[in-house]
Write a protein that binds this ligand. Structure first.
Ligand code: FE2
Ligand code: FE2
Length: 273
């Protein structure tokens, strides 16, 4: 078996989204089979690209230029599925990137188990959203998408704790806030395929946020740092948008993100009026 960091970089360098998720799932299965057989496979070292390879379509636009569509229309719902597919594809790359990028910091093997599992689940999520789009006569790449999503990864390319604070603990936690509303839209439209897919995503995303919180707290403990203060500092440094309520306090708590992590930041940025 190749060292894990090399497999991670191979996923990052694959442009075609379906080939990317297929590789991602195959590598995850290889890793998990070795771990279940009691092995400790090598992590190795392999420098990830600053940006992952991406297909020619969708066109990536500035967030302000992505057209807004009403969720009450079939086109609007297709746009939601497309946006979620795009988020999931970014998430596949984000999880393999955290595996390869910070190998200079020694971590317990469980850290890699968690992110391999998360990367595998994101690949499944992308495939689920792609299938929903295809049933609607569309496909990933048919609509423009948000260009800003890799920014958090670039901003935290040299700051491991910053990466954990911003990606799983802010961005993926935001997913927990907004997914129930999306599920409602597809329930109203009687699209059970999309409802089922979004329920899978919603259940599994709680774990990704929890992995972020677990390893963030682990590193705080290693360096004898106050987790709440450090989290606030890192989010102020690397996150360039508002933390905006309503927050899904119950799911955030389940994922190990207590209210004093996010409410003070929401107050500071003026998101509470
Ligand atoms: Fe996901
Ligand atoms: Fe996730």
């Amino acid at each position: 078996m190749r060292p894990l960091a090399e497999m991670a970089v191979a996923v990052l360098q694959t442009a075609d989204p379906w080939e990317k998720t297929q590789k991602s799932r195959a590598y995850a299965a290889e890793w998990q089979a070795a771990r279940q057989a009691g092995q400790t496979p090598s992590i190795g070292r392999c420098a990830p690209p600053l940006r992952p390879a991406r297909p020619d379509a969708p066109a990536l636009l500035d967030p302000r230029d992505v057209p807004r569509r009403k969720p009450g229309t079939p086109e609007g719902r297709c746009a939601i599925l497309h946006a979620v597919a795009h988020i999931e594809l970014n998430a596949v790359d984000l999880h393999w990137d955290i595996i390869a990028r910070f190998t200079e910091t020694p971590m317990p093997i469980g850290f890699y188990d968690d992110w391999v599992k998360a990367a595998d689940e994101e690949s499944k999520h992308f495939n689920l959203m792609s299938e929903c789009l295809e049933v609607q006569g569309s496909h990933y790449g048919a609509l423009p998408a948000h260009a800003g999503m890799w920014r958090a990864a670039e901003d935290t390319a040299t700051d491991f704790m910053g990466r954990l604070a911003v990606v799983p603990m802010v961005l993926e936690a935001r997913g927990l806030d907004v997914t129930p509303g999306m599920i409602k839209i597809f329930q109203n439209a009687k699209n059970t395929q999309a409802v089922d897919a979004l329920n899978v995503i919603y259940a599994e995303e709680v774990h990704h946020v929890a992995y972020g919180s677990k390893w963030f707290h682990f590193l705080c403990g290693r360096h004898n740092l106050d987790p709440t203060g450090v989290f606030h500092q890192l989010v102020r440094t690397y996150f360039h948008s508002e933390l905006r309520p309503p927050f899904n306090e119950e799911k955030r708590a389940e994922a190990g993100i207590p209210p004093d992590f996010y409410w003070p930041l929401a107050q500071e940025t003026g998101a509470i009026r």
